[in-house]
Design a protein around this ligand. Structure first.
Ligand code: 5GP
Length: 114
């Protein structure tokens, strides 16, 4: 599977503003924030798109939401609210082919997102 920029962040080959790390996941601030708070939660395992999530990946993919909520609680915006989004392929707006959960917060977010 092709390496992405996120593998370089996981391997600390390029810098990122890391918020959380454990054996399964890494969370870091998005380089181009779309809300006052915008960070990404990614699995350390390479999974290119949501379509590539295998049965064995169910725990790690669920863990991404757990980490998002943990950071939201720690940073104090959990009750105010936030959005988690995982874009898939071209029409979903995916640009980095290593799945990532966007976490957006800090202002009321519009819906639908187009
Ligand atoms: P996608 O469009 O694939 O759903 O989201 C990819 C996200 O990764 C974008 O929001 C983009 O700003 C972010 N991103 C791309 N390259 C980097 C990088 O090198 N560092 C960080 N922190 N974020 C990045």
């Amino acid at each position: 599977m092709a390496e992405t920029i996120f593998d370089k962040i996981i391997n600390k080959e390029i810098p990122a503003d890391i918020l959380y790390e454990d054996e399964l996941a890494l969370a870091f601030k998005d380089i181009n924030p779309q809300a006052p708070t915008h960070f990404l939660v990614i699995p350390k395992k390479q999974i290119a798109t949501v379509n590539d999530i295998a049965e064995e990946d169910r725990v790690v993919v669920g863990h991404l939401s757990f980490v998002a909520a943990k950071i939201a609680k720690e940073q104090g915006f959990a009750d105010q609210g936030y959005r988690t989004v995982m874009n898939c392929n071209e029409y979903g707006g995916q640009t980095v082919y290593h799945i990532h959960l966007h976490v957006l917060a800090g202002k009321p977010l519009g819906w639908p997102p187009y």
